[in-house]
Design a protein. Structure first.
Length: 551
């Protein structure tokens, strides 16, 4: 027949009914086999999930702030020199990243039982041998985590102690430096680095160049926190071991102390270790090293170790270690406010071009797994009560959130909140209130305003605690504040600030869904608050908030 293929004709002539596959097997049988295979794969997946412990992020609060420089926060994206010299990377759960990248991490030693894993890094283009630049810091911030995951994944099952994790970090720096030099053959930029890797109970730090990592530690038998610099033994010409290394490779060190410089055929530099700096490394590879100073410590989780700071070069040059620690302790368990305070103090001592960046990792009480997920009942709080617990005072018992019912979504837990919100120029979302005036303040100025409010409220709370016959519950004590209504009416740009008496700034019962709709970090900030706690500085679609959970 015209239009019929020989194969089709042959199949008909052989009496085949047309419901077979190419192998001649009936389709119903192929479908049954496929369904059986899918069921086996599903059962294997379910067995794997049931055997595997859930992924939990490290029990920390982490934030960063960058102030100053032509590329500081608030600079227009298309302005000249708008690329920041400093880049920071905050990966609160590196295990989730490894899952998405299909990287199999070790399961023995420090990695056993799905130990929480987080990676936090700061790359500073001002810590380099040549002129400050953005290229190296940008490259490193985008690629460092992949090097770390690859090198951790390559650790043998019997090589998963702290010694081998340190070796993996060193190898990650060497791999990153090689890739950076290969990817930017004509570039002149270099950068320093300050890195923290949290693995279960262990903190690993790697510092390169003129950056540093500062651990706040309370010594045994003392109640006074002290700074412990973790990167001060490398990267500077005046250090005896560094000077001896440079002289061994034929470089000349001139000057003493902080004014010391290394000289070679390429030029003069105050920095002896960096990532990138291709002009130097192609001429004389042995002068500038990319090997960081590596340290490790077993954390006590808020008993002796309160927090870790990662700082850029200008911060380190402007502030003494104790000054940084004291500034951070003024905002316990509020890392955004703490970093803003440190960087603002540092930039005041520098010329306008210096870019001051700080990252704070605040260790919460209870161990690496103690903090529940954001959607669970309120976790070890932020601000007043949690900070007290972290500093050795007894924390109040948790209080259950009120439960409301939504016909569309069933039960949703909610929290009663009040807040102070301030807006700033860079806020992209138009103001919701008709006739609202444009705001002249920058984001940096808005954060400084809120830090001042936080200090006033904290001072009032301390005064109330010292008075006799005061309630012990923090939510009851907080509601006795006379200063909150005054500060809210004076500064808050929310209609709730015009309410009278104790209702000033009151948002009422706010469901999780409503919290998420506010955008930014609003919901995450509320999720870790207990009644009476104040949040850190929180960004949302409306502006910057200071939130208190009152029930």
């Amino acid at each position: 027949m015209r239009g019929s293929s020989p194969t089709a004709a042959g199949m008909v002539s052989q009496g085949i009914g047309g419901h077979e596959g190419w192998s001649g097997t009936p389709f119903w049988k192929i479908q049954a086999q496929a369904a059986q295979q899918r069921e086996l794969l599903l059962q294997e997946s379910l067995a794997y999930v049931s055997e595997r412990k859930p992924i939990v992020p490290p029990n920390v609060l982490v934030e960063a702030a960058c102030v100053g420089g032509s590329a500081g926060e608030g600079a227009p994206a298309d302005s000249a020199g708008s690329k920041p010299f400093c880049r920071h990377v905050l990966i609160k759960c590196l295990r989730r990243v490894s899952d998405r990248m299909r990287v199999e991490l070790p399961t023995t030693g420090l990695f056993a039982s799905q130990a929480p894993l987080g990676l936090f890094a700061l790359f500073d283009g001002q810590s380099c041998a040549g002129q400050p630049g953005a290229g190296a810091a940008e490259f490193c911030s985008r690629n460092f985590h992949t090097k770390v995951l690859d090198n951790l994944a390559n650790l043998p099952a019997d090589c998963t102690s702290d010694r081998f994790v340190k070796a993996a970090l060193v190898q990650s720096f060497e791999d990153l430096d090689s890739d950076l030099l290969a990817a930017h053959p004509e570039a002149k930029e270099g950068c320093g680095a300050s890195v923290a890797l949290l693995l279960g109970d262990y903190l690993f730090t790697a510092v390169l160049g003129a950056c540093d990592a500062m651990l706040c530690e309370v010594p045994e038998g003392s109640n006074t926190p002290r700074p412990v610099p973790l990167g001060s033994n490398q990267g500077r010409c005046h250090l005896p071991e560094e000077r001896a290394r440079l002289q061994r490779v034929g470089a000349t060190v001139v000057g003493e102390g902080s004014s010391a410089r290394v000289q070679c055929s390429v030029g003069t530099s105050s920095v002896t270790r960096s990532l990138g700096d291709p002009t130097w490394k192609r001429q004389d590879k042995s002068v500038l090293s990319c090997i960081p100073e590596i340290q490790s410590a077993k954390l006590s989780w808020a008993e002796r170790h309160l927090f870790l700071l990662l700082t850029s070069r200008p911060v380190l040059e402007a502030l003494r270690p104790q000054e940084m620690v004291d500034a951070a302790l003024g905002f316990p368990a509020q890392p955004r406010a703490a970093c803003g305070e440190i960087t603002t103090k540092a930039v005041e001592k520098h010329v306008a071009s210096a870019q001051c960046t700080a990252v704070e990792i605040w260790f919460m009480p209870g161990g690496p797994r103690a903090r529940p997920a954001a959607d669970e009942e309120a976790a070890g709080g932020v601000g007043g009560s949690s900070a007290s617990a972290a500093l050795g005072n007894e924390a109040p018992a948790k209080k259950k959130a009120k439960v409301i019912t939504s016909t569309a979504q069933g039960e949703m837990k909610s929290a009663r909140l009040r807040h102070i919100v301030v807006r700033f120029q860079e806020l992209q979302r138009p103001l919701a209130e008709p006739g609202a005036k444009k705001v002249a303040r920058s984001r940096q100025e808005a954060e400084a305003l809120l830090r001042g409010v936080m200090r006033e409220l904290r001072d009032e709370l301390e005064e109330l605690r010292r008075k006799p016959n005061q309630p012990k519950k923090p939510e009851e004590l907080a509601l006795r504040s006379e200063k909150f209504a005054k500060l809210c009416k004076e500064h808050s740009e929310c209609p709730t600030s015009q309410k009278g008496g104790g209702m000033c700034g009151d948002l009422g019962w706010v469901s999780r869904d409503s919290q998420r709709k506010r955008g930014g970090g609003f919901h995450d900030a509320v999720s870790v608050l207990r009644p009476g706690d104040w949040s850190d500085i929180v960004a949302s679609n409306e502006g910057l908030h200071l939130i208190q959970r009152i029930a």
